[in-house]
Design a binder for this molecule. Sequence first.
Ligand SMILES: Nc1ncnc2c1ncn2[C@@H]1O[C@H](COP(=O)(O)OP(=O)(O)O)[C@@H](O)[C@H]1O
Ligand SMILES: [Mg+2]
Length: 270
Amino acid sequence: MGIVIAVISGKGGVGKTTTTANVGLGIALNNKKCVVVDFDIGQRNLDMILGLENRVVYDMVQVMDGEVKLKQALIKSKMSPNLAFLAASQTKDKSVLSSEKILALITSLKEEYDYVILDAPAGIETGYEHTIEFADRAIIVVNPEVSSIRDADRAIGILDSKSQKVKDGDEVFKYLIINRINPKMVKSGEMLSSEDILDILNIPLVGKIPEDTAIIDASNQGKPIITNKKSEAGQAYSRIAARLCGQEIDMQDVENPKSGLLKKFKGMFS
Ligand SMILES: Nc1ncnc2c1ncn2[C@@H]1O[C@H](COP(=O)(O)OP(=O)(O)O)[C@@H](O)[C@H]1O
Ligand SMILES: [Mg+2]
């Protein structure tokens, strides 16, 4: 049986979809079968980040309604045979979702895949509640900003009261990703540091991603940044995927990167 991981944040625009695409592909590249599902009904964009927008024919609502078979709606990524994608419905609104239908869909996905990753919509309304309902674990994505931390805290509150696992007396394990870190701004005190954020949220850190314009280019080209081996952000996502697959990897100090020159100099001797 696979593990269901919901990627959540409360606030919109912090990097959930970027994280879902990169972590999903990263897990697949670690030889695990992974499916990423876009739960952002009406505003799908995970298909674009994965470069699959032209291949979407059917969506998850059609699968849940029994109009098409799951196999017909799943799209295999060209970047890894282990990665599949299920699109959100673009036309129907969130009210079409129901707990029974979602449970049936997730149960079928868990039978086929080692990891089922759900990309949550922004906010903490019904669409969000449906995304976390049957999650085994959650990745909480935050930016080093007070508003993002506050919204994440609210989203966690709902996760800890409304998910099925919690209702059954269990807990949903949480991982924190701090995204869009700008080392200069952390240094000057304009941006919250990772320590500040960990103090407030008290969730185990699974990775830190620097602010990197290459992420935006990569998303526009439909090639997740993790495919760019030279990019710091891509490497950070690779490490996160490996950690989620159970590997122990040291945390890199994204906030205090070695200067380019020092790195080059050290590289000459290593
Ligand atoms: N580390 C980063 N550096 C620069 N831009 C980023 C980073 N992470 C995400 N972005 C950009 O921020 C925007 C919002 O990201 P997205 O993943 O769509 O957020 P969400 O799904 O939470 O709304 C996108 O344009 C994305 O390319
Ligand atoms: Mg999104």
